[in-house]
Design a protein around this ligand. Structure first.
Ligand code: KE4
Length: 429
């Protein structure tokens, strides 16, 4: 494929933007080569500046559950644009989307909108500390919650991709208050709470991890976290920025029935525009200014454009059978990938929940821990990534990211992807 325009733009970008990108995971550091620059998207496809078309499984890192430029999202944006871009004041649509979120996410009784997932988790942590009067927080190795100082400790996603799970610039005093436990290790949870229960403000977890690739919780793991938080007075925070509205209309908490005290959201609720949110029980959320003493604010919070796009998206994914069809597409994809890997004698396995999935070059039957992810064959992944790219399939340029299917992906796109995968597995062998 000709990528001369992307290359030229990348060289220019390097002169003005750190690493030539506005977010590290886009830089292709995890796969080698240079990042692509894109011109447009339509349905399940991305088109790069050289005119190459790719079936897109990144979906802008999760928001585009309806694919690119869905007609209802575009129509909602056009309608809002006729009225205004932003007012720095409240709008009716903000009440509508708050009601919609509260009706879909079981544990959320009140919700505050912000403009990124990072802001949502940063605010949730501050709220937990303000509500409990405690300082210690617990996160899990490989989970990523945005670039919040206190959570950039053994983080996943771009931090892991670059091999810098612990960012420089985070004061020791911050990271000392953050306890990191191994994901899916019940013994480590029991041991931590036997020593630190009364000091702990919150436990924050991706209830299905999507930033060390896709790792679902083992049975009763989330129940254990719920029990320990309830018994100790610590708040349980589900970071559903990625899983919210992605694995089910009400996220992981709908699938498992485990209800957190605070939920953080993002991505899908903005329809692809900048947004985040955090919500939970009324008595907890009332601690947020101006009703309470935990300060949190944002110039563009509740942006009318993001809310318009988000409302259109939430209404569309609420249609009957949306998730059954999304889940079937994702399952058809991963089953087909496993069949083709087996035929090519390439060690390969997958995880899949709702519209998100993970692919692992591993002999393991099932991947459930960070250690197993780190033991995967990185060379095989890199060959696979570039072969798929050459054959018109755009995957996340990192072995530590989940993949996403949208409602715009149909049988044709799944078949084309599986044909490309057959070539990619052959390239590995
Ligand atoms: P943002 O601040 O990037 O909007 O959201 C941070 C965040 C919080 N929580 C979870 C579970 C997340 O997955 C994210 C961001 N996800 C990554 C991709 N896995 C964003 C991609 C990027 O950093 O460019």
């Amino acid at each position: 494929m000709n990528r001369s325009q992307s290359q030229a733009l990348y060289e220019s970008a390097l002169q003005y933007i750190p690493g030539g990108v506005n977010s590290p995971v886009r830089a292709f550091k995890g796969v080698g080569g240079n990042p692509l620059f894109f011109e447009s998207g339509e349905g399940a496809y991305l088109i790069d500046v050289d005119g190459n078309r790719y079936i897109d499984y990144v979906g802008a890192w999760g928001p585009l559950i309806l694919g690119h430029r869905h007609e209802k999202v575009i129509a909602a944006l056009q309608t809002q644009l006729e009225k205004g871009i932003g007012y720095g004041a409240s709008t009716e649509a903000e009440v509508e989307i708050a009601k919609k979120i509260c009706s879909m996410v079981h544990s959320v009784e009140k919700v505050r909108l912000v403009t990124s997932g990072t802001e949502a988790t940063m605010s949730a942590i501050r709220l937990a500390r303000g509500y409990t009067g405690r300082d210690k927080i617990v996160k899990f190795e490989g989970c990523y919650h945005g670039h919040v100082d206190s959570l950039l400790v053994k983080a996943g996603s771009g931090a892991l991709t670059l091999g810098e799970p612990d960012s420089s610039g985070v004061p020791q005093a911050y990271s000392e208050l953050t306890h990191v436990l191994p994901y899916n290790d019940k013994g480590a949870v029991e041991e931590y709470f036997s020593e630190h229960a009364s000091e702990t403000a919150c436990v924050i977890i991706e209830p299905i991890a999507g930033n060390m690739n896709c790792i679902p919780p083992i049975p009763d793991y989330l129940d254990l976290l719920r029990e320990k938080c309830t018994d100790s007075g610590a708040l349980l925070i589900f970071d559903e920025v990625m899983t919210g509205f992605r694995v089910a209309p009400g996220g992981v908490q709908q699938i498992t029935g485990v209800l957190p005290d605070i939920t953080t959201l993002g991505k899908v609720i903005g329809g692809g525009l900048p947004i985040g949110a955090f919500g939970g029980k009324k008595e907890i959320m009332e601690q947020i200014a101006p009703s309470g003493s935990v300060y949190q604010a944002g110039t563009l919070s509740g942006s009318p454009l993001a809310v318009a796009a988000g409302l259109a998206m939430l209404e569309t994914i609420s249609e009957p059978n949306f998730y059954n069809e999304l889940q079937l597409k994702a399952r058809t994809l991963v089953e087909g990938l496993k069949e083709r890997a087996k035929a090519a004698d390439v060690p390969f396995t997958t995880n899949q929940v709702g519209g998100m999935f993970g692919c692992f070059f591993s002999e393991e039957e099932k991947i459930t821990t960070f250690e197993q992810v780190m033991a995967c064959n990185m060379e095989h992944f890199q060959i696979y990534f570039h072969s798929m790219l050459e054959n018109g399939v755009y995957l996340a340029p990192s072995a530590y990211e989940a993949g996403f299917v949208s409602s715009a992906h149909g049988d044709e796109q799944i078949e084309k992807t599986l044909d490309a995968a057959e070539k990619a597995f052959a390239a590995i062998k």
